[in-house]
Ligand binder design. Sequence first.
Ligand code: FAD
Length: 327
Amino acid sequence: TIRTIAVIGSGVAGLTAAIYLGTLGHHVRVFEKSRGPGGRMSSKRVSGSSADIGAQYFTARDPDFLAFLELHGKSEAFGVWPARFGFQDTDNSWQPFPDENRYVGIPRMTAITRALSADLDVQAEVRIARLIPQGVQWQLECTDGHNQGVFDRVIITAPPAQARDILEASGLDGLAAKLAKPVEQILPCWAVAAHFAQPPTDRFDAMRPNAKRLYWVANNSSKPGRDDSGQWWVLHATPEWTTANVDATPDEVCTELLAEFAVLTGHNAEPTEMVAHRWLYARSADGDKPGYLLDQDKGIGLAGDWLAGGRVEGAWDSARKLVAAME
Ligand code: FAD
C-alpha cells in the first residue's frame, strides 16, 4: 500500500527514513524546526569558513552505510579525514587511535545532509508540537497552531526529550513512558570553535585528552577541502563540566576551555575569533539499543542515534531498521 508519511526531524535518521520510504513509493514529507537539515551533524559559519561543531567524524563499519551515502548523497560530499588521532591514557601518556576510516563532510559536515535532502520534501522552520488523531490517520500541528497535514504514518526522529514532548502532547503516554531512561541518558556538550593564526600544536590533529574540562579537541582545518587561512580548532567540553556549567555564558565557556587548551598544547596565543554553542542533547551514554520503537497499530515509529548506539552510523541504522519493520 502506498501511504503518506510524515517524518519529524531532518538529521541523519530523518533523512534516511525519508529516503528509504521514498524508494518504496510512499509520499513523504519531512518537518524540521531549524533552518536547514543536518541536526547534530552540523557546521557553524565562521569568518571566511565554517567549523563542524557537532559530530566530528563518522565511521562506516557497515559497508551498506557507505553504499547508502554514495547512492543517495554525492560521493564528492564526503571523504576520509586522514588525520593523526590521539588519546591520553589514564597515566597521561599519549597513544594513537586504532586504525579505522573516519569520514567527514566536504567541504563541511552539512554537505552530506544537504546532498541527502536534495530530492526530499523538507519543510524547514516548522516545529511539530503534537499529533491529533483523525480516524486511523494523524494530523500534525506545529507550535504556532497550524495544521501541517494529515498522514497515515508518523516517524519521530527528534532526540528523546523532544520526542517525549510530542508524544505526551499527543496523549501517546505508552510510547512516552519508554523514553524516560533515554531522556536521562543523553548528555549535554558545550562546543567552542577557535581560530588561531599560528598552529597551536603539531602533536595530533585530533585529541581526546585526559582532562577535567576538555573531552575532545581537533584541528577542523585539517579536514579535507577546508582551505582555511590559519587553523580553526573545535573544542568539546566533557559531559560533567558541561552539566556543571550549563548556564554559563558563551564568553565564560570560551575562557575556561581555552585556558585548559593552552595547558594541553603549551600554546598561549590568543585566538583571533571564538564562538561557543551549547548542545543540550549531544550524545547518549551507553544504554539499551532496541534499534527503534514502533507502535504498529497507531502507525507511529521512533528512530534516532539514541536507539542504536548514539552515533551517526547508529542514526542511519535505526532509521533503516524502523522502515523495514513498518512495511
Ligand atoms: P539529530 O541530528 O539530533 O536530528 C534530529 C532533528 O530533529 C534535528 O534536526 C532537530 O532540529 C529536529 N527536531 C527536534 N524536535 C523537532 C520538532 N518538534 N519538530 C521538527 N523538528 C524537530 N557522532 C559520531 O558518529 N561521531 C562523532 O564524532 C560525534 N561527535 C558528536 C559531537 C557532538 C558535540 C554532538 C552534539 C554529537 C556528536 N555525535 C557524533 C553524534 C551525532 O551527531 C548523532 O549521533 C547524529 O547526528 C544524530 O542524528 P539523528 O538524526 O538521530 O538526530
